[in-house]
Design a protein around this ligand. Structure first.
Ligand code: ATP
Length: 240
C-alpha cells in the first residue's frame, strides 16, 4: 500500500476517486485536515483542524460493483473491532456509521467505479472524531461522539492499527464476500431488537424492530406487515 499524508485537502475520497483509472496499487491517503468532507448523498462531513482522523483507502476488488453492497458493513466491522481492541466501546449503526454511547463517532463513505480490466476500484473513506468542539457539534446540529483517549495516541500507530485490520478485511471480502462478516456485524449491531424508522428524504419508509442484517447487508426489519429487508441505497435509520 502506498501511503500519502497531506496537511490539508478538500476530501481524500474525492482526491482518490479522481485518480482511480491510473492507480496501479492500493493507496492510503491521509489528510490532517479536510475542508470539504462528504457523507452519503453529498451530505457534509464536518471536521475541526487537529480533531479528526480522516483518510481514504483505494483498493481493487474482483467483484462487479453490484456485489459490493455489504462492503461498507464489512469495513465497519473491521474498524469497530479494532477500536474496541484499543479500549473504546463502539457499536455499528446500519448501514455505515460507528457509534459510541449511541452517538456518531465515525462515518464510512464507500465510492466505487468499474475497473478497466474487470472488477471494481473502491475508495473507502473514514472520518473518525478524536476530539471535537461544542462549536462543531452545534454546526452539525446533533450530539456526536469523540474519543479523547485516542486523540492522545500516536497518530501513526492509530492509522497502522486500522490499516492492519482493513487490508485483511478487503482481502477476505474479495474471496468470500459479506457472508463471513455477517455474524460479526450482528454482534456489534447498536439497534438490535429496537424499533426504528427508515427514512428516505425525511419520509418514513418503514417502521419495525431491527433484527440484524442479511447476507447482502440489507437491514432485516420485523414490521406489522411481516419481514422487510431494506437496501441501504440512500435511506437513513433513526430510533423510533
Ligand atoms: P444519518 O447519520 O443522518 O443517519 P447517514 O448515516 O446517512 O445519516 P452520512 O451521510 O454517512 O450520514 O454522514 C453525513 C451526516 O453525518 C451529516 O448529515 C451530519 O448529520 C453528520 N456529521 C457530519 N459531520 C460529522 C462528524 N464529524 N461527526 C459525526 N457526525 C457528523
Amino acid at each position: 500500500v502506498d501511503i500519502e499524508v497531506v496537511a490539508e485537502t478538500g476530501s481524500t475520497n474525492a482526491d482518490l476517486m479522481a485518480r482511480l483509472p491510473q492507480l496501479q496499487c492500493p493507496v492510503l491517503r491521509i489528510a490532517v485536515h479536510q475542508t470539504a468532507g462528504r457523507g452519503r448523498a453529498g451530505r457534509p462531513w464536518l471536521t475541526v483542524p487537529g480533531g479528526m482522523l480522516t483518510f481514504s483507502l483505494a483498493w481493487h476488488l474482483p467483484q462487479a460493483p453490484q456485489h459490493l453492497l455489504g462492503l461498507p458493513l464489512a469495513i465497519g466491522v473491521a474498524l469497530a473491532e479494532t477500536l474496541n481492541t484499543l479500549g473504546l466501546s463502539v457499536q455499528l449503526k446500519w448501514p455505515n456509521d460507528i457509534l459510541r454511547d449511541g452517538k456518531k463517532l465515525a462515518g464510512i463513505l464507500l465510492e466505487s467505479t468499474a475497473a478497466q480490466n474487470g472488477g471494481t476500484w473502491i475508495v473507502a473513506g473514514i472520518g473518525l472524531n478524536l476530539q471535537v468542539s461544542d462549536a462543531l457539534e452545534a454546526e452539525i446540529g446533533r450530539t456526536i461522539a469523540d474519543a479523547p483517549w485516542l486523540a492522545r495516541m500516536d497518530r501513526n500507530a492509530l492509522v497502522a492499527s486500522l490499516l492492519n485490520a482493513l487490508a485483511p478485511t478487503l482481502e477476505q471480502f474479495a474471496t468470500q464476500g459479506f457472508s463471513s462478516f455477517l455474524p460479526r456485524w450482528n454482534a456489534l449491531h447498536a439497534h438490535a431488537g429496537q424499533t426504528v424508522n427508515i427514512l428516505d428524504h425525511g419520509q418514513v419508509l418503514h417502521t419495525g424492530v431491527a433484527l440484524g442484517v442479511d447476507l447482502h447487508g440489507c437491514l432485516v426489519l420485523q414490521t406489522t406487515q411481516g419481514q422487510v429487508n431494506v437496501m441501504a441505497g440512500d435511506v437513513s435509520l433513526r430510533p423510533a
